[in-house]
Design a protein around this ligand. Sequence first.
Ligand SMILES: Cc1cc2nc3c(=O)[nH]c(=O)nc-3n(C[C@H](O)[C@H](O)[C@H](O)COP(=O)(O)OP(=O)(O)OC[C@H]3O[C@@H](n4cnc5c(N)ncnc54)[C@H](O)[C@@H]3O)c2cc1C
Length: 336
Amino acid sequence: MGDRPGPRMAGSAGPADGDAVRVALDSLASLGDQVIAGGDLGSMTTYRVGGQAALLVTARSEADLTLVAAASDTSRLPVLTVGRGSNLLVADAGFVGIAVVLDPVGFGAVSIAGHAVQAGGAVALPALARQTVDAGLTGLEWAVGVPGSVGGGVRMNAGGHGSDIAHNLRSCRVVDLGAGRGEARSMVLADLHYGYRTSAIGPSHVVIEAEFGLAGGDRAVGRDTIRHIVRWRREHQPGGQNAGSVFTNPPGEPPANSAGWLIETAGCKGRRWGSAMVSPKHANFIQADSGGSADDVRVLMEWVRAEVARVHGVDLRTEVRLIGFPDQPSTSSRGL
Ligand SMILES: Cc1cc2nc3c(=O)[nH]c(=O)nc-3n(C[C@H](O)[C@H](O)[C@H](O)COP(=O)(O)OP(=O)(O)OC[C@H]3O[C@@H](n4cnc5c(N)ncnc54)[C@H](O)[C@@H]3O)c2cc1C
């Protein structure tokens, strides 16, 4: 390892994890300063709370991802792909594994040929929305309101304003970091088994590129739609440190098919736990205070879920991906 500094352990990592981290660091040595031991993962999320990753790797090429796959294989450390962190809550104790971020230099290209749009996994969805409208295309305007990446959006089947990724995607290229070899393969729409905010993309998959099939559109109309969506978001959603909707909307009839309505009518709006608060503007958002705690956010999430189950008999499903939390926190013992 030469003079590389020893790993700073993230959160609850014990000695066995320390050995695994050293094995992975050795395996990733050729990536130099693209690897950070104890990299600050929480601050890469839109919640801007939470702990470190045992290893934080910036991948600039498919070859880098192949190295990460081998490092995960030899060290047995889990991997996590981090996009723009707009749907992640990382525990204060951190993530004992290898967090991978796609560098825009290698994965940030957009090319448009006719109605076909190819975008790298690191491309920001709002930028792609504007770019496709400027190119005279229609179909991705909704994505201007989703502050994620193409890769995160493809995994989550991000959507809004009556559309989603599944409406627009033709295929994507995916590297499986869990299979040891880290080779890229194509997946077409049918392979992805899209549902509401779900897909067949697994935790060890990295989406490195996506191809969208759009329709010809009118630039002026598209720009107007984008302006309308941006204004609507400003009026209806809070700014600050959050990850958008905490829970998915449950099936059912209006208004009970709205997680926000269920949470508000269960009396949770504006409630606070430590450094976390249910947004007074939109009950399905939880805000974190600056310098706050991810564990507070998690406790509040579970309390909200329990209150909605108690009042409405509905079991809400968490949309936000929880990273590094050992188990369910107990809210009752903390008196909320
Ligand atoms: C203010 C606000 C508003 C939002 N509004 C919406 C909305 O209207 N609709 C909506 O659907 N979402 C919304 N979100 C949530 C979020 O923006 C989306 O889920 C988005 O798709 C997440 O993308 P990301 O790049 O930030 O992914 P991350 O948050 O970084 O990761 C989310 C998941 O995707 C995985 N992932 C990330 N990158 C990749 C990749 N390259 N390959 C494979 N897996 C990957 C992660 O491992 C994780 O499981 C909102 C969030 C905020 C903060």
